[in-house]
Ligand binder design. Structure first.
Ligand code: FE2
Ligand code: FE2
Length: 259
């Protein structure tokens, strides 16, 4: 069975058309994927089946591939708690994943920033305000706008997973408002509390997007939609001109400061 697990789905299906029906039973819609270039073992992995379902699916596929033979069904090669393999994103979603990298660098700086923070000094307050400017301009207007105004519109926004993502963005905005208010009131503890809450929220949010939402979206998008998304993102980026470079520089300097 291993030789088929390492084969592209379209090849497996072309050799064994019945395999498409078996995969469909588990909502693994490879038959509608134009490319079909994922490896069979990878698509089983990404659909996060329970181990019982996975065993059952592999047994059914083995029966298709080796009819009439008593086949020993092997695990797909993943260890129970192993990290998921690197996901291959479509070009527009890869842009978003790359933007997460800069946001994660900012998130990683928050503990040190909070630790050394003194809101009673002009310098301390300015530092927080610069961080808020990064969140509002880069993370929210530049990145979250691509998600909310473009990407999410390709899907049913009443879906639970999208409602959760919208709610996370709103919660993040609310923490930013609280940070600004706390700076105004020179309340250092409240600034730290909301900075840390923002950090926890965005850490989980980005993980959900990178590991679950985007791979799921990529599975649902047609090749035409992927191309359309990519050019719409490019158009949006044109409105932001030097924003990515400016904030990359801001994060780099902050990393130097807190090294
Ligand atoms: Fe998001
Ligand atoms: Fe995001």
């Amino acid at each position: 069975m291993d030789e088929y697990l390492n084969m592209e789905v379209k090849e497996v299906i072309s050799k064994f058309p019945e395999a498409a029906r078996v995969l469909d039973e588990y909502n693994i819609g490879c038959t509608v994927c134009n490319a079909g270039s994922c490896l069979l073992k990878d698509i089983v992995e990404i659909h996060s089946l329970s181990s019982d379902e996975e065993q059952e699916l592999m047994a059914k596929l083995a029966r298709v591939v080796y009819p009439g033979r008593d086949v020993k069904v092997l695990e797909v090669g993943r260890k129970p708690k192993a990290k998921p393999e690197r996901v291959k994103y479509s070009p527009p979603l890869k842009k978003l994943v790359d933007e997460h990298l800069l946001i994660k660098r900012w998130i990683a700086l928050i503990p040190k920033l909070a630790e050394s923070l003194d809101v009673n000094t002009e310098e301390g307050r300015q530092l927080v305000l610069q961080g808020v400017d990064f969140i509002r301009t880069y993370a929210d207007r530049y990145h979250h706008a691509k998600e909310e105004e473009v990407l999410f519109k390709y899907f049913d926004e009443n879906l639970e997973i999208l409602k959760t993502m919208h709610a996370d963005h709103e919660k993040a905005r609310s923490h930013v408002r609280s940070i600004l208010q706390a700076v105004e009131e020179k309340n250092g503890e409240a600034v730290k509390e909301h900075l840390n809450a923002y950090r926890e929220l965005l850490t989980e949010h980005i993980k959900k997007e990178d590991e679950i939402l985007y791979p799921w979206m990529d599975r649902g998008l047609s090749l035409t939609q992927v191309g359309e998304l990519f050019s719409r993102f490019n158009e949006l980026e044109e409105q932001f001109q030097t924003v990515p470079e400016k904030y990359e520089e801001f994060i780099r300097k902050l990393e130097e400061k807190f090294r």
